[in-house]
Ligand binder design. Sequence first.
Ligand code: ATP
Ligand code: MG
Length: 395
Amino acid sequence: MEKEYAMFKEDFISKKVGIIGGGQLGKMILNESVKMGIYTVVLDPSKDCPAACLANELIVGKFDDKDALKSLAQKVDVITYEFEHISTEVLKELETEGYTIYPSVHSLEIIQNKYNQKLRLKECDIPLGEFIRIDSIDDIRKIGKEFGYPLMLKSALGAYDGKGNSLIKAEEDIEESYKELGGGKLPLYAEKFVPFVKEISVLCTRGINGELAVYPVAENIHKDSILFETSVPANITVEEYNKALKIAQEVCEAFDGVGMFCVEMFLTKYGEVLVNEVAPRPHNSGHYTIEACVTSQFENHLRAVMGLPLGATTLLRPVVMRNVLGEECYDGIARVIGVNEALSMPEVHLHIYGKKMTKPKRKMGHITATGETLEKARHSAEKAYNHIKIISKQE
Ligand code: ATP
Ligand code: MG
């Protein structure tokens, strides 16, 4: 552990919350904790992390640093996390010592291994695409014959924003994909390619007594495996909508978790809804809830882990969210351009996460546009998106 920083001292509500990770999700949780006067301590390896400007205290340390995690635990009443790739070894010890961690370390451990996550979902009869564990390059050849091509090869651990996935288009690409994902050093599994017509997601918060707060179905578009756009309400049938809500609640129950869960799903042309993956935390496809719902995903996550009653999830207005990524060819200290033009549309909101350095495709912020209709919201989001660029400053 490098250092601890006391930023602000006020503690208005007796329960203190610790957050592992001070990235954009941590920062957006803190927007809500500051609003509600909740005392927070953040653990992050960087003292310049996006959440640093809002945390009451910041512990600079690695996510597997035992002393740092212990110090965090001692300072707060409940620990939560903004991302799932954390070593669970120390967290388990802390839980055994009586510290409270939500969602539980047990559910985190299953979810953070995408293969084990799928096994658990299968056990609970949640509809999924076909998948199989891969132990060798020969296993991929065999399953290629059975599942056909394209075939999705995935790393079971540490994947995000498509990093850790490799689409095998034909048998001759197997070797390259296998190498790309570590050549057998990381646990791998394969998924049959799902020819989806849409991607959707549902956020579901589970309170300490098992109560659920479920958000409307969101429709997502990914580009290069990174979320590009989320729009709500999703343009799907009532049957598909109800199926998605039911599945999301079942997934939440399957992990017996407390806090926010996001269930990413595929919709096929036959009206099937298949789960892609689950995140045990607020999610990029739920950023729209800040401006467009009665209670944001971040506030409800906080309320859940603190044992407070959950807020309403009602959608107030049609909404479109677009991610703002680092521009191609710019690598360095970030600068945002086009802000005036983007904000000249009155229903556009701009979020800049405060990451000091930009690089191509790094998530640097997002735009949310609400509108009287989804078409109007999309029009504003598209226009704002075309103005906002993240480039780098000449030093
Ligand atoms: P994120 O961090 O954005 O959630 P990730 O790295 O965890 O992404 P996945 O959700 O597994 O990765 O996959 C990223 C995207 O790749 C999906 O949203 C989907 O567009 C595509 N994809 C993943 N698995 C499949 C599949 N079996 N069939 C078809 N497309 C897939
Ligand atoms: Mg995903």
